[in-house]
Design a protein around this ligand. Sequence first.
Ligand code: ATP
Ligand code: MG
Length: 500
Amino acid sequence: MGDTFKYLITVSSEMPIKSWRSRPRFYRTLISNLSKALERGGLSKPKHSIRIIGAKIVLESEVDALEDLSRVFGVARVAEVEVIDFSDLKELIGKVGELTAKLVTNKKFAVRVKRSGVHNFTSIDVAKELGAYLKPYSVGVDLENPDVEVVLEVRGSRAYLHRRSVKGFGGLPIGTEGCALSLFSGGIDSPVAAWLTAKRGVKVDYLHFFMGSPKSTRLAYTAARTLTSMWFYGHRPKLYVVDLTGILNQVREKVVWEFRQIVLRTLMYLIGAEVASRNSYNALITGESIGQTSSQTLANLSTAQAVANVQIPILRPLIGFDKEEVVNLARTIGTYEVSCRVGEPCAIAPSRVRTKASREELRMEVDKIPREIMVRTIDSLKILDVLASSPNEVLPDNLVIIDFMPEDAVVIDLRDKEEYLEWHYPGALHYEDVDVESMKGRTIVLYCWRGSKSYVEASKLRARGFKAYSFAEGVDALKNYLEVGARTSCGYPANQRSLP
Ligand code: ATP
Ligand code: MG
């Protein structure tokens, strides 16, 4: 290897104390995941080597991967290090002193040493001697509040001098603890719940319900992709997309108002459990937290689960979290920005929700949803590879109306020319100037004043094999979308989604 970056990786404190029988499996999985972390972002894996040294791992790579490695679960700390070979204490102090004298010049410093192996000196001896060597260059030793820390790890006849170091997130290597299916809305909570479960070594896949808003589903896809590419090293997750709109119509038609929310929750458990059992998952995950919404009272969670009568465990990693804690974690893991744009699906239920439904009442309401619609809904699910699929693939195939603008779309204004000239969507073409026939294969979005003409025209183009959409509710909605879409972030709690 030419220029190399050398990293000393401290694993989670749980790993070294695993029994001798299972420990190798944890290390093996971690090493494989670390290697995958080098691959992401780049097209091919850079040259690298990985070795276990005592309880730690040494990784050498031709690319700088400090941050990526720190996001591999099972890693407690990553330090970029200088490797120093030595035969006795004097040589060690000389070499380290030479490398660090400049660093401490005119600074208050502290030396921190860890040691393992057989030596005729202790870590305190190293710290004292190195301190004495460096003191003349510095403005003095300050163990409590130093400007510079010299961190040295001595392992046998080698020492590792830290250059930069970052804290990892701990947990266990993904792939050591089975697999689970996350009910993934892409809102603030469910990505955090998925992350917390993956952090414990679980391979997490996603199940998303399309509830009628293409925009929310596209954002859920983006959230899944963010989570996957930043954190799920060692796992290539699937995204199951279930079109729930048929069932939602049934719920609106048949279920009494104050039961709709909890019926929906019960149906989500039922469908989730069915998909999980068909695909051999060990558990379901939700982003529920006690009392966060009126459908998430402990009584309702318990009743919904009892009525769904599912055999698979439902994990709720956020159960004891306050919203603020979830938001902070979402910010840390990088899903907050996309999640807070997801929004809540249109009102299926009133602000007044039954907070204490009885099992019998709920069962009666759930039974109103015809079995065959449930089966049809589950059978028509889509399965995507989160990292390989393109964003539009998450949407149901027969979808004509959309409420967002795909980046690659050709946008066509169907109104009169004067109206077009007065205002049009940035980059939009006027229909009279477009040769639609040349646009087969491209994503086309039509809009008009209210969304009806564009719906008719998009449907006609669909019938002729074009990938055409109609922008929902016309120009006003489009203007509103432009305004909201331009906002890159939303403050919390200012934009807190309304809690019933
Ligand atoms: P989130 O922030 O995850 O959307 P929430 O606070 O908005 O959660 P609810 O909308 O009541 O709460 O949803 C509770 C849980 O139900 C979610 O965390 C998620 O696990 C699941 N869920 C809700 N909507 C969907 C959906 N469209 N697809 C998949 N799962 C969903
Ligand atoms: Mg939600």
